[in-house]
Design a protein around this ligand. Sequence first.
Ligand SMILES: *Cc1c(COP(=O)(O)O)cnc(C)c1O
Length: 493
Amino acid sequence: MKYISTRNKLNKVSPSKAILDGIAADGGLYVPESFPVFLQSDLLDMADMDYAGRLACVMSRFLTDFSHEELLEYAESAEAKFDGDPCPLVKLDEGVYIVELFHGPTYAFKDMALSVMPYLLSAAKTKQKNSAKTLILVATSGDTGKAALEGFKDIDGIDIAVFYPQDGVSGVQKAQMTTTEGANVYVAGIDGNFDDAQTAVKDVFADAGFAERLALKGIELSSANSINIGRLIPQVAYYFSAYIDLLSSGEIADGEKIDFVVPTGNFGNILAAYYAKKSGLPINRLICASNKNNILTDFFTTGEYNASRSFYKTASPSMDILISSNLERFLFDLSGGDDKLISSLMTALKQDGRYSVSNSLLKACDSVISAGFADEKRTLSTIEAFYNAYEYVLDPHTAVAVGVFDEYSETAADDAKAVVVSTASPFKFASDVYRALTGTRLDDSFLAVTKLAEYTGLDVPDGLKNLEKRPRIFGDILQKQDIKDAVKRFVTR
Ligand SMILES: *Cc1c(COP(=O)(O)O)cnc(C)c1O
């Protein structure tokens, strides 16, 4: 199977090349040229496998220049970093299920893909006979940074530098990142917000002279965000696994279609769900849940994507995003692969901060996606109400999804069973969760972790225990313009 660019279908590469490139040279995103077909019998075969087996099965149909054996080895190595099942399905009520994707090393759903991706990238380099050293640069609003650090630390031939906004991450997230050990790791705060950090990192990527100077040292830049198919494809397996678990436990019948409710930021995780549907998984509708930054809700309602709007900092920071990059892939598919159209929409977005799609394209979106958002008040009240109803503690991102789903089930004529995708441990966002449950504001996020455990009777995840006592390895706070010097110092260390 080949991958083609959303902005020029003639630009066609192998899976390993797509992983190595990250983004296509024309600025487009790589998408599968066609989708594999999973039959009911494939699902039944997968029912007997553990998560790593299911993951390898799904990946091998999308990443065809990797052998099944290789992929199984990577999946097993990744799974070993998890605390038990990476993708357990919890039944809360008749027809209401949660799939928990936060049992990885950093307690957010990005862990699985970022645990597999380093292996995919290393193998892709070998397949493409690329002997350069890879320098991964990451700008993070919190979760991606730590998950990428855990995935890439001490991997041969790869260095990783992570930049987080000094003012834009939770105390727990900051401590997780700045205490990371590993010989190939660098972490620094940027004086500013997430946009500042992101812009500064993008400037490094856009500086051709800088890339040339790195190339002279045998170093190539790469990124680890969800525009890379090496991150996207592993996520497709979550949906297969959740479906198969429902099937094996007799909750659904053969071929029965279900809904997934996905808390969405960059549109990566929900796109993976769509790719599962395209590959034959019986999915009815996808419910796209946003927080107060509700640009996607507006888009799916009106057909206009307008990024000229206020940016809000919310209790679900990993969804505070105005440019949902992976929407490009979704629109490419629903427009029947119209690369000219996608090019023009993305040019408009860059130049004018907005674009509109035709009624027929909007209708096509509507045939798959329902979109809604939960504001801050609703998010916090959902955490409290859900705890009262089920004694189950939602993190704020998952609470956005539940809040949106509650409204959806009241109004939509849809009686399919639904699975809510839970993307983070509540302990990562302990201050806000504790406030939602008790009404008490604790500004010390480490104290909030302890208090949340006391209040709920849940155990603090091992990796978040005593975080404040661990030695802080990285203390640099940089001005935006100093990033390049810091990168230079890091690679010539
Ligand atoms: C990244 C993230 C999201 C959003 O996922 P996308 O793939 O960007 O849509 C939701 N919840 C949590 C906890 C995250 O870390």
